[in-house]
Design a protein around this ligand. Structure first.
Ligand code: HEM
Length: 366
């Protein structure tokens, strides 16, 4: 139930040990006035600082304001603890065509290319701004997103949003590895918060990488990946393990015995088209990602199948040396492709954290 500090060198919600629940939201900016966008971002920041501390979004609160006015908090989090809430903001490529921002767009923030097999629905992809809300209580995450959308009325509109549960990645060595909806441990070979030298190399944007406003930040890629659960469930255990390249129980690389043993990629035990072989840094010019995804089940699809899968989230120093090469190799050869379909895609630039309450989201950019 504890609060995660909102201010700091980095934005919270990246190396923060992954919380249990996600509400991710992408917004379109609908105003043409830069000062309206700035004012909203300042209000968002104040509300985010309060909500992550377990307070109401506004200073009067859900029931403390004038009775004839709509409350400055929606009320559904009254009495709930902070629940580890983090709110992480990102700026999408489409924002930079407006507000005089063209010269500030990082080269690393290009729209993602189309990958073989993509079935991307533009209505649930992209966005000018995003907020990743993570918390141990879904009500707390939903409350935060709802209040930011309420505050942003007239300036932004919600483009798409996604709920997630059962974090599929451990982002800290203090966490046991959770499982995705294929039933496999997910996050074993992830970058971890404790690996600070690797994070400096692969996660955080360095001075000179691009425009200064992103130094100390990170790039976020999201992919909603539908899983063909029913087909997977009719596949033998041996085949499932061959597809992943790890055992289902222990999560050990095939041919080895323990979860954290290094996969032996010289051995035939791990197939040429196994997921962990194709995703491995040695196959992708040393690409490393901090994966922070969540499972989703959006009910069923009307054909008797679960509309379920993985809402994949990855942070990295530069998508051109992180997600893009890894996904290029997976999209071409991964034997898992028969059981998954990428249906949404987005990329955002997440600036560094705010030092103190006199700063606000987007100030260094706008
Ligand atoms: C590893 C599942 C999509 C990148 C793994 C592992 C599993 C898994 C079970 C092994 C445990 C671990 O190290 O975490 C899945 C499923 C996916 C999916 C079910 C889709 C529904 C992706 C995508 C990417 C990706 C889209 C990036 C483009 C990786 C990487 C590793 C990995 C980098 C670690 C490889 C290593 O160094 O051993 N994934 N994954 N995965 N996955 Fe995925």
């Amino acid at each position: 139930g504890d609060a995660v500090p909102f201010y700091g060198v980095r934005q919270a919600g990246i190396v923060t040990p992954a919380q249990d629940r996600l509400h991710f939201v992408a917004f379109d900016v609908i105003t043409k006035r830069r000062e309206d966008l700035l004012a909203m971002l300042e209000s968002w920041t104040a509300a985010a600082a309060r909500m992550t501390a377990g307070l109401d979004a506004g200073t009067f609160g859900a029931v403390g304001g004038a009775p004839e006015a709509p409350p400055d908090d929606t009320g559904e989090a009254i009495g709930l603890p902070p629940s580890g809430l983090t709110l992480t903001i990102g700026f999408g490529p489409s924002l930079f065509g407006r507000f005089g921002l063209a010269g500030k767009k990082p080269e690393a923030l290009a729209d993602l290319p189309r990958f073989p097999g993509d079935a991307i629905d533009p209505q649930i992809s992209g966005g000018d701004l995003c907020i990743q809300a993570c918390a141990h209580d879904p009500q707390v995450a939903v409350h935060a997103v709802r209040n930011l959308a309420r505050i942003g009325m007239g300036v932004v509109s919600v483009r798409w949003s996604q709920l997630g549960f059962g974090r599929t990645s451990s982002t800290s060595t203090s966490q046991a590895t959770p499982r995705n909806l294929f039933g496999f441990k997910d996050g074993t070979a992830n970058l971890k918060a404790e690996e600070t030298a690797l994070l400096d190399e692969h996660l955080w944007v360095r001075e000179g990488d691009g425009p200064d406003w992103m130094t100390g930040g990170s790039y976020l890629v999201t992919r909603k990946i539908r899983m063909m659960i029913e087909t997977w469930d009719r596949t033998s255990l041996t085949e499932q393990e061959a597809i992943v390249g790890r055992t289902k129980g222990e999560g050990a690389p095939l041919g080895r015995t323990a979860e954290h043993d290094e996969p032996d990629l010289t051995s035939d035990a791990i197939a040429k088209d196994a997921h962990v072989r194709l995703a491995h840094p040695t196959q992708n010019n040393n690409a490393r990602l901090l994966r922070r995804g969540y499972n989703f089940v959006d009910g069923s699809d009307g054909l008797g199948r679960l509309n379920a899968g993985l809402f994949f989230i990855a942070y990295q120093r530069d998508p051109r040396r992180g997600f893009i090469p890894v996904q290029t190799s997976l999209a071409r050869h991964d034997s898992m492709n028969e059981y998954i379909r990428h249906v949404s895609s987005a990329v955002f630039a997440c600036p560094p954290g705010l030092a103190a309450a006199d700063d606000f989201w987007g100030r260094s950019l706008l």
